[in-house]
Design a protein. Sequence first.
Length: 140
Amino acid sequence: MAIERTFSIIKPDATARNLTGKILSMLESAGLRVVAQKRLHMTRAQAEGFYAVHKERPFFGELCAYMTSGPVIVQVLQGDNAIARNREIMGATDPAKAADGTIRKTYGESIERNCVHGSDAPETAAQEIAYFFAQTEITG
Ligand code: ADP
Ligand code: MG
């Protein structure tokens, strides 16, 4: 298996409920290593840019409002097959449909307020990491 890096966000619904440590523990227990991390409050422009792929979707405005409603933790995670592994431990987008033991099943509130983001492919992982981190901020 290849060592990969992926981009992760602990979203505002999770930071508001003080779940940062619990989610981090689930990521680390899944074999992912945090190689960069910071807490920030996204601007509207940052959120709109980050989710530009969804700009035609009906939920885009609400999604950007939610993602700017409080602080987030942005992270770079590294490990074997990190992109797929992270998606696996996150669970399905809709917590109601997520598998038992996943982050979204355990802590997600709704299809929107679902605790975490994770890149879905190597190209998006590279883009999303570069959107929030300088190379000098990432150290394995
Ligand atoms: P994922 O985060 O699992 O990759 P998507 O890329 O499809 O899911 O959507 C991005 C984010 O937009 C989701 O994590 C969720 O916060 C929000 N979202 C997705 N679908 C909906 C929906 N039908 N209604 C409201 N928010 C949604
Ligand atoms: Mg997605």
